[in-house]
Design a protein around this ligand. Structure first.
Ligand SMILES: CC(=O)SCCNC(=O)CCNC(=O)[C@H](O)C(C)(C)COP(=O)(O)OP(=O)(O)OC[C@H]1O[C@@H](n2cnc3c(N)ncnc32)[C@H](O)[C@@H]1OP(=O)(O)O
Ligand SMILES: CC(=O)C(=O)O
Length: 533
């Protein structure tokens, strides 16, 4: 017997997610994301729109092999004035030969009048005939009732007639879409409740957009009112403000409701990884404050918080971070007390007694340096080095004797503007002075290149390290061009490690050097490099 509490998860990252401004998936991206979704345990993976573009054609031409999910192709109902059998768009959809298709059709009379410019009865014929035609060759046909909530508010009977036409033509799921994303949770709950009563027997789904930041809340409200399929995307990608974020919905359903989904507890532990895999594919920095999976989702900063979390994490955590594959962070800043410092020591494997005088001294140092402009909150690697140096446990890998950076802005003989930087770095290693010179597209790039050129022969561990983010903040804007600057650098390596460092100086190049130096030192420390000194 079917389980009334089972909610089916339909991922639209590769279709609605591809409609996000700035997102452009390659076929390989689609393949990697689809496979990750299958491993995660979602029920349906919508791959895109066959016939819409060469990427989707290629993807559907060599579809991914799934172990758990059903592969879905998306398309729209036949065009007006054609038969379903002779509609090229519908043929492209069905020729993808996926086990399931999801077909969008209008359900708001205003859209039928304005966007399609056809009679309302013709729209209903288009829905009925397209669904029935698809049902002849496809195992599972779903109908996305576009603008259902706006349509229902304007003309409930017409919106219902559209949904009913799809249901009677054999659609396995009728998905109610909040296409413009303007509906609020109490409206969704009321309308879904009414539709459930008016089309008894229909299996209803929900597809919400996030234009009022309510897509997740709306999806949960719809489930409470009777829907059993949720369409959403990883990290909330999607047209305009995005779709309902499955990464938030999945743990909310699994850990905080009586509804069941297709994932096991073990699958749920992949959630943070899958969310970050998508960001990696899109070359985006992960959203630190993302619910459940963000770096800050279990980061504790305030001294009062940390002191309580150290006693029992439930004091300031709504779930255990490990349930979703995330982890706890204890942040050190000027909001810290001794508990923060001690917790960070433990996290990085430093064994220090609570009453060790170095702990109180380090709290003071951190507060003073934060006052000067350092921000250890976002630069955990620099904090770790500061702490280890206070305990005298960082090897001296090299010593900078001096550097000089020159910038040039000129017009070449062809009249083109050329900007170039050149850095000369002298370091001391094994009692010798080594000088290297490098050019770069900017002063920091030139400095970074020259420094690595000098160090790489002695420390091959630096070979896979790269700078992935560089942020400059003016701390004393009233000082104009004499202002103090703070530079934050994020680095990464091929093992997937990311670490952040900070430098502060009235000279932006000097601040950058300080952050670079910490980044390199941290990498050497973590790689277990032997000091060449
Ligand atoms: C709510 C949603 O997010 S639905 C998904 C939206 N996603 C996309 O649009 C991405 C992929 N789309 C595309 O690549 C293209 O729009 C295509 C290939 C589908 C169609 O391209 P074109 O044939 O050039 O049409 P175009 O995009 O300009 O306009 C859409 C046409 O479909 C019609 N149409 C819109 N919805 C429907 C529908 N449910 N059923 C039938 N026809 C529809 C429109 O009236 C318009 O017709 P017109 O050209 O006669 O005015
Ligand atoms: C189908 C769809 O993407 C929408 O209505 O928003």
């Amino acid at each position: 017997m079917a389980d009334d509490n089972r909610v089916y998860l339909f991922d639209s990252t590769l279709r609605d997610g591809a409609q996000t401004q700035g997102v452009d998936f390659s076929v390989n991206d689609k393949l990697a994301i689809a496979q990750a979704l299958d491993r995660l345990g979602v029920d349906y993976v919508e791959g895109g729109w066959p016939g819409a573009n060469p990427t989707d054609d290629a993807f559907f031409g060599a579809p991914p092999a799934f172990n758990r999910a059903r592969f879905v192709a998306f398309g729209m109902t036949r065009r007006p004035g054609r038969s379903a059998a002779n509609d090229p768009g519908l043929n492209a959809l069905l020729n993808a030969k996926t086990p399931a298709v999801c077909m969008v059709g209008k359900s708001w009379d205003f859209h039928v009048d304005v966007a399609l410019g056809i009679s309302r009865s013709e729209n209903i014929d288009m829905i009925r005939e397209s669904v029935a035609h698809a049902g002849k060759s496809v195992d599972e046909v779903m109908f996305d009732a576009e603008h259902f909530f706006d349509g229902y508010k304007a003309n409930p009977q017409y919106a219902l007639d559209c949904a009913l036409a799809a249901y009677q033509a054999g659609a396995r799921w009728i998905v109610l879409c909040d296409t413009n994303g303007g509906t609020l949770p109490h409206e969704v709950e009321r309308i879904v409740g009414e539709v459930t009563a008016k089309i008894p027997g229909a299996r209803l789904g929900i597809h919400c957009h996030n234009d009022t930041e309510n897509a997740v809340a709306n999806s949960l409200a719809a489930v409470r009112a009777g829907v059993r399929q949720i369409q959403g995307t990883l990290n909330g990608l999607g047209e305009r403000c995005g779709n309902a974020n499955l990464v938030s919905l999945i743990p909310s359903l699994m850990l905080k409701s009586n509804f069941k989904v297709g994932l096991t507890e073990q699958d749920l532990k992949q959630l943070t990884h899958v969310s970050r895999l998508l960001d990696e594919r899109l070359n985006r920095a992960p959203n630190r404050s993302a619910a459940y999976v963000g770096e800050s989702a279990f980061a504790h900063k305030g001294g009062l918080h940390v002191s309580a979390v150290e006693k029992d994490p439930r004091t300031y955590e709504h779930i255990e971070p490990e349930l979703v594959g995330n982890r706890r962070h204890i942040v050190v800043s000027d909001q810290s007390g001794r508990a923060n410092i001690l917790a960070r020591f433990r996290e990085v494997g430093l064994d220090v007694e609570a009453d060790d005088g170095k702990v109180a001294a380090l709290v003071e140092t951190v507060k003073l340096r934060e006052y000067e402009g350092y921000a250890y909150d976002g630069a955990e690697a620099s904090f770790e080095l500061l702490a280890r140096r206070a305990l005298g446990s960082v090897p001296g890998y090299f010593r900078l004797a001096r550097f000089r950076v020159m910038d040039e802005r000129r017009w070449n003989v062809r009249g083109e503007l050329v900007t170039e930087s050149e850095a000369t770095v002298t370091i001391e290693l094994k009692g010798e002075q080594l000088m290297t010179v490098a050019t770069g597209n900017g002063p920091v790039n030139a400095l970074d290149t020259a420094l690595r050129k000098a160090l790489l022969p002695h420390y091959p561990e630096l070979g896979d390290m790269r700078l992935v983010d560089f942020k400059v903040r003016i701390l004393t804007p009233q000082a104009g061009t004499e202002a103090i600057t703070r530079v934050m650098i994020e680095s990464a390596d091929n093992a997937g490690e990311r670490w952040s460092t900070v430098g502060v100086s009235p000279n932006i190049i000097d601040a950058s050097y300080e952050a670079l130096n910490d980044a390199i030192t941290w990498k050497l420390l973590k790689s277990g490099a032997k000091s060449a000194e």
